[in-house]
Design a protein around this ligand. Structure first.
Ligand code: CA
Length: 487
């Protein structure tokens, strides 16, 4: 072969490779990545509360696949979100609390976060609202730990993930003795003037924007995070007199290790635990008001989701867009005499997870296979046809998305601080605390986790099988290095 022909051949080959790369990039699916903060299983597709009204989550469930046994990597915003976004477990990174800026943690240096990874691969990445951990805005407050290298555009800004919003004139409006954040109230404003309304308005513009190439649109909806301020119409959807309270067993805590109660109580605020204050009102009006306000906040968040799904339909790109909806952890509203999160019980660890992947998922499908939010990074990378980074500790859910009956002999771990873990498989949940005490629940016969079976010799094989999945390594706490205080 003479030289000119060789050069010509090389040029033609290079051009062909380049065209192929562009074609591959152009064919890659878009991703619409939606998180809803502090959303527990009180949503239509999971049936955690009989009065949940979430028509848009129901609609999304009809489009794709619902995971009915999805577990959070941790039960607090920062460790859960950091794990999802980096693909690294809390027990590997040492990020267990909200006071740790993951960006400075040694073990996570050089690891691309999920949106950064998609950006590196040629995606246009845009984000709005709380995606990485962030506290509400105030002049003194800390803004959060966004990956500022991950985005082509961000609302309100790379440094500030949450916009201002209107609250009631006096806080707390519910008369609670706790921080002004533990509050609920109707607010006299429109949906789109709310913080989430502003986030969704901006995100809808991004979804409708005409541009070429694959895009990764991320939207962080903040409600039902406290405070539960929503327009009155959402409270009207859940009349106070009809509110059904969660089931609570009177002596439920008698078979729980002392360390579990200490950890749960440590998250309440002095001088009195939240649940004590709630049930001080023997008519249960406070409890009903709290449940009503949470259900109303969930319905508000659902309405926000509806705007995003509508925009995607209008954009003409729905047929080539993967939609994923997730929450960072659950929430107690009185179950086990607890409010808030940060426990290893199912109310804290179980999260909504819905994935719509055109051409992959089947409409209206669901699976009870145990999965973790850690699995989202590899799943989305594989769905987009990208090479999986080596550092990921989750697994791709693609086999389940294709076929919900795929055999799935896995168990997944949720972590609440150093060496405190819960392990969930298809039927049981096993909890082990740092000092060695344990809980074991059979969800098939005891979905409320009332009867601790950890000491029952009949379940020794079950206990041992679950214990096998505990992390082999527990990284010590990374040092607190910020002023963040909210959850
Ligand atoms: Ca019990």
């Amino acid at each position: 072969m003479n030289k000119p022909i060789a050069l010509l051949t090389i040029t033609v080959v290079l051009a062909a490779v380049s065209v192929a790369a562009q074609a591959q990039s152009a064919n890659r699916p878009d991703v619409l990545f939606i998180s809803i903060d502090d959303l527990n299983d009180w949503v239509g597709p999971l049936g955690g509360h009989p009065q949940a009204k979430t028509p848009n989550m129901d609609r999304m469930a009809e489009l794709g696949m619902v995971f009915t046994n999805a577990q959070a990597p941790s039960m607090l915003c920062n460790p859960s979100r950091t794990a999802l976004m980096t693909g690294v477990r809390p027990s590997t990174s040492g990020v267990y609390g909200n006071q740790i800026d993951w960006r400075t943690v040694e073990r996570l240096q050089g690891i691309p976060t999920l949106p950064r990874y998609f950006r590196n691969e040629g995606y246009r990445t845009v984000g709005a609202g709380k995606l990485f951990h962030s506290s509400t805005y105030s002049p003194q407050a800390f803004f959060g730990y966004n990956d500022t290298t991950a985005w082509d555009a961000y609302f309100p800004s790379l440094e500030r993930q949450l916009p201002d919003e209107v609250g009631p004139p006096n806080r707390p409006a519910n008369g609670s003795p706790f921080s002004p954040n533990f509050d609920w109230s109707p607010v006299a404003t429109t949906d789109m003037a709310m913080g989430d309304g502003q986030i969704v308005t901006w995100s809808v513009e991004q979804i409708l924007a005409a541009d070429d190439g694959p895009r990764f649109n991320a939207v962080g909806i903040y409600r039902p995070h406290l405070p539960w301020y929503v327009p009155q119409k959402y409270l009207d959807m859940h009349p106070l007199d009809d509110i059904v309270l969660p089931l609570v067993l009177a002596n439920d805590l008698d078979d729980i290790p002392a360390i579990a109660l200490q950890q749960a109580q440590g998250n309440d605020m002095p001088p009195m635990g939240i649940h004590e204050w709630i049930i001080e009102d023997t008519e249960n009006i406070r409890w009903k008001e709290g449940v009503q306000a949470y259900l109303a906040s969930v319905s508000f968040a659902d309405a926000m989701l509806g705007h995003l799904l509508d925009a995607l339909e209008r954009s003409g790109r729905a047929e080539n867009t993967i939609i994923v909806l997730w929450s960072d952890h659950g929430w107690h509203l009185g179950e086990k005499a607890r409010w808030r999160k940060r426990t290893l019980w199912r109310e804290s660890t179980r999260v909504p997870l819905i994935i719509v992947a055109p051409g992959v998922t089947h409409a209206g499908s669901q699976t009870s296979a145990p999965v973790s939010l850690l699995d989202l990074f590899p799943t989305l990378a594989e769905l987009a046809g990208l090479k999986l980074p080596a550092h990921l500790e989750g697994v791709s859910l693609l086999p389940l998305l294709k076929d919900p009956t795929t055999e799935w002999n896995r168990a997944v771990v949720s972590t609440n601080g150093f060496r405190n873990h819960a392990v969930a498989n298809a039927r049981y949940r096993y909890i082990r605390y740092a000092e060695g005490s344990e809980e074991l629940y059979d969800l098939a016969s005891d979905p409320n986790e009332w009867k601790n079976l950890a000491g029952d010799p009949q379940f020794e094989t079950v206990r041992a099988e679950l214990a096998r999945w505990l992390p082999k390594h527990d990284e010590p706490n990374a040092p607190d290095n910020t002023r963040a205080t909210t959850q």
